[in-house]
Design a protein around this ligand. Structure first.
Ligand code: UD1
Length: 418
């Protein structure tokens, strides 16, 4: 199992090109099932979760070519089954994203339930209830969701809770349904907007994505062409925090600065100088220790839960006391005991972590438990005295394309142990 060895200390300095967004790529590849013709998706990151999605599509008989330049050619016309097996879904919850498109296009889907997950229960009840409201018959047995429909019909859906993949699944199911679907309390994440733009590029009629109400007029057929995935705002945010935590200077390129607003605001509060251009953000700490900040996660445009662990790491070495409150997931503090092993002063009070900054973290062997927790540990390793070894980095490879190469180019002393 691969590990990362990080020799903490150097202030990062340099520029990094951000990859395509994982959380936009996954629904877009799933949505390619809706197309009547082959299509090409560009700017696709080389990630484990992307490979899992491609494996899933291939299992269904879909032709997929992933080129080293980030192009994925998909030929959905060769699809021969509607089955997403447990052994793939268990490695990536987002596999459930094939449910909506399969049902919308073929009237049939058998998708394994995702099961337990390191960051809490994460049910899919809202996905299922929405599909039922669109006319699907859903049976849940033996760990599988089996859904059928002749043709889905439009409906007015009000989501009980803001759910990103739930909104995406229902949007994908509704684009070929008969009539109008309204999704209220929809997720407003930029990845939802990217998916809507992709669907519209295939001939769908989706409006309102990026607001709390999405309206979909069903169409008869969709045909894909070329589409480029938007930049990954979480990868960008992680590199900016890497700059801040090491008192350095980092410029992230090929980003959409507006997608990072909540994160940039917190970095400014931490004392960072922030400059933005049309597709870049530059951070400069001018050698200063960051100030502690309070963050509280919320659906977009609030502070992203996927940046929580990274800001926890920042607070560990900041000047003062910062609180980190997790409101989206019930159990997303697994990085806390690992950070404590590095000398962090963190006290948990329910879903809030109270972090008192220390001058210096100490290197320790630590273990990654989920994707973003791992990112927090790597950031801590960048400033800890001595060599930190982060184990189980397959979690990190799910969502960051060659993070050690990008960090090394910024001046970090980091290497992969295989
Ligand atoms: C997506 C992102 C993930 C991010 C999360 C929140 C992808 C592939 N993953 O995950 O990186 O951390 O959004 O921004 O895009 N819930 C229910 N019932 C449901 C669905 C969700 O109760 O049917 C709950 C979840 O347990 C959680 C909350 O809603 O507490 C939000 O989860 P959701 O937005 O659905 O997360 P994902 O879409 O799985």
């Amino acid at each position: 199992m691969d590990r990362l060895a990080i020799d903490g200390g150097p202030a990062l300095d340099g520029a990094v090109r951000v990859s395509g967004a994982k959380n936009a790529t996954l629904p877009i590849l799933a949505a390619s099932l809706l197309s009547q013709s082959p299509l090409t998706v560009h700017n696709v990151p080389q990630l484990r979760d992307v490979n899992t999605t491609i494996a899933l599509l291939r299992r269904m008989g879909v032709g997929v070519e992933f080129h080293p330049d980030g192009r994925v050619e998909v030929d959905p016309t060769t699809l021969e089954n509607y089955f997403a097996p447990y052994e793939l879904v268990k490695t990536m919850r987002a596999s459930v994203l094939v449910l909506g498109p399969l049902l919308g296009r073929y009237g049939r889907a058998d998708v394994s339930l995702p099961g337990g997950c390191a960051i809490g229960a994460r049910p899919v009840d809202l996905h299922v209830a929405g599909l039922q409201a669109l006319g699907a018959r859903v049976k849940i047995a033996d760990g599988y969701i089996s859904a059928t429909a002749k043709r889905l019909h439009g409906a007015h859906l009000v989501l009980d809770k803001v759910t990103v993949t739930g909104t995406e699944n229902l949007m994908m199911a509704a684009v070929l349904a008969e009539g109008e679907t309204v999704i209220d309390n929809a997720a407003q994440e930029p990845e939802v907007v990217d998916l809507a733009a992709f669907l519209n590029s295939m001939g769908a009629r989706v409006t309102g994505a990026g607001t709390g109400q999405i309206v979909i007029q069903g169409v008869e057929a969709l045909a894909g062409d070329d589409y480029a995935v938007q930049p990954d705002r979480i990868e960008a945010g992680t590199f900016l925090v890497a700059g801040a935590i090491t008192r350095g200077r980092v410029r992230v390129e090929h980003v959409v600065p507006e997608h990072l607003e909540a994160v940039l605001q917190k970095l400014r509060e931490a004392g960072a100088g922030i400059d933005t251009g049309t597709d870049w953000v530059a951070l400069d700490m001018q050698g200063r220790r960051p100030d502690a900040v309070d963050v509280s996660t919320a659906p977009y445009p609030g502070f992203p839960t996927d940046m929580q662990a990274q800001f926890m790491a920042l607070n560990c070495i900041a000047d003062g006391v910062g609180t980190v409150t997790e409101n989206v997931f019930e159990n997303r503090f697994m990085h806390v005991p690992e950070l404590q092993r590095m000398g962090a002063d963190i006290r948990l009070e329910g879903h809030t972590a109270v972090v008192r900054g220390t001058e210096q973290l100490r290197a320790a062997p630590v273990m990654a438990t989920d994707l973003r927790a791992s990112a927090g540990l790597v950031l801590a390793g960048l400033v800890a005295a001595g060599e930190t070894v982060v184990d189980r980095i397959y979690h990190l490879d799910r969502g960051y394309q060659r993070i050690e190469e990008k960090l090394a180019r910024l001046g970090a002393r980091i290497r992969r142990l295989t």
